[in-house]
Design a binder for this molecule. Structure first.
Ligand SMILES: *Cc1c(COP(=O)(O)O)cnc(C)c1O
Length: 399
């Protein structure tokens, strides 16, 4: 019998999610109901800060950048690591912001403070508002202390892309989402993420005005107060500024709330699998785990590794095909932004050298990691990695 196919991620659910969905169906409240409130409460516990839900991680960063740029008359800039998903830089561009890209650190592929410093030093006087966007890549926190110091020096604001890091901590104790000098952190509940809701996103912030603004914005900026009379009548409403529908449905929230309640259980299981990968892979030639050492508090969303494709004489396609021939479906996080046509027009003034990301990318592959994977599944993947690094004739010649 063929071995089961191993995806790189898979949502984990049981009867509790099914019951929550049925309850929501039967309640007749399919939007704007109690499930969203319940989910937001659970998320507040996980992030350590008040948290508002929206329809996706992309909606979250779009709403945030809109809110942060709305009253700024001068030019605005978003600074992202080049190794990031397109959601934030695309939102920035659609809102008329400039986008700058900098390099990452080799060990954990989070934003490189030195590269960021070089960029901010060059351009900080050109902009009325600068948002620096660390990505907690794979669930491991970026170097928030170093980034905070830089943002303070150059008058920039910190917004964390925590889409990989729900339920994680910065240092083993402080929950991701509650960093003191960040304006906000945002999350995604896409089915591959550690807390899955089908679709969904959230922003955590300790700024009450920003929280109010996001709550209004996700609901068309509709206010129950009649603009002319000031009355709180049941039907009249006012819309003081254009808003959107960025609401999360009650179905997504019902699933998300159950998942959020189990986030730590699920994180510990992924941490155990990640430790098993480390045991099997550490010391192998031509491949390294990202980061090289296990990290306390990581959300363990992904288990990326970097193969030495030159040493192995293999392309990324060869690597992915080899895994696939063993019914293992890896994934790549991400095509660096400067290699995408959508961001290819970012000029030299708003970019740094990309030596680290360009060196890692050709061999960068995310191995399967999800709650419910067995030790045997994990060993099957590790065997495939060992087969690749020991099997290549090119590699044998050089090892
Ligand atoms: C998943 C993800 C997003 C987008 O979230 P959606 O919910 O899919 O819109 C943005 N940034 C990063 C780093 C992500 O992993």
């Amino acid at each position: 019998m063929a071995e089961p196919e191993l995806p790189y991620a898979r949502p984990h659910w049981d009867a509790e999610e099914a019951a929550a969905l049925m309850t929501t169906l039967e309640s007749g409240f399919w939007t704007n109901g109690g499930q969203v409130l319940r989910f937001e409460e659970e998320l507040g516990r996980l992030t350590g800060a008040p948290t508002v839900t929206v329809s996706s991680g992309t909606s979250a960063v779009f709403a945030l950048l809109h809110a942060l740029g709305r009253s700024v008359s001068g030019p605005k800039l978003l600074v992202s690591p080049a190794l990031n998903f397109a959601a934030a830089p695309a939102s920035a561009k659609l809102l008329g912001w400039d986008v700058a890209l900098c390099d990452v650190i080799a060990d954990d592929l989070t934003v490189c403070p030195a590269s960021l410093a070089e960029l901010l030093d060059r351009v900080h006087l050109d902009y009325a508002r600068i948002v620096v966007l660390p990505v907690h890549y794979a669930g491991h926190s970026a170097d928030m202390a170093a980034l905070s110091a830089l943002c303070e020096r150059y008058g920039a604001d910190l917004v964390e892309d925590a889409c990989h890091a729900i339920g994680g901590t910065y240092d083993g104790t402080l929950p991701v989402g509650s960093w003191l000098t960040s304006v906000a952190a945002y999350f995604s509940f896409h089915p591959t993420k550690p807390v899955a809701a089908g679709e969904g996103g959230a922003v955590s912030t300790t700024d009450p005005a920003l929280l109010r603004e996001l709550r209004a914005l996700r609901n068309h900026n509709m206010s129950p107060v009649d603009a002319h009379t000031g009355d709180h009548d049941p039907w009249p409403y006012s819309i003081p500024a254009p808003g959107l529908n960025l609401r999360l449905s009650e179905f997504n929230a019902a699933v998300g709330a159950v998942q959020a309640g189990r986030a730590e259980e699920s994180r510990l299981e992924r941490a155990r699998l990640a430790a098993r990968y480390h045991e099997r892979l550490d010391g192998l030639p031509f491949v390294r785990a990202v980061p090289g050492q296990r990290r306390a508090g990581s959300a363990h969303h992904l288990f990326p590794v970097v193969f030495d494709v030159e040493g192995l004489g293999m392309s990324k396609k060869d690597l992915l095909d080899t895994f696939f021939s063993r019914r293992i479906r890896c994934q790549v996080h991400y095509t660096p932004l400067h290699r995408l046509p959508a961001f290819a027009d970012i000029g030299p003034r708003l970019t740094t050298s990309f030596t680290t990301v360009d060196t890692a990318f050709p061999g960068l592959v995310s191995l399967p990691l999800w709650r419910g994977m067995t030790d045997d599944d994990c060993d099957r993947v590790a065997d495939a990695v060992a087969g690749i690094v020991h099997g290549s004739t090119h590699a044998r010649g050089r090892a």
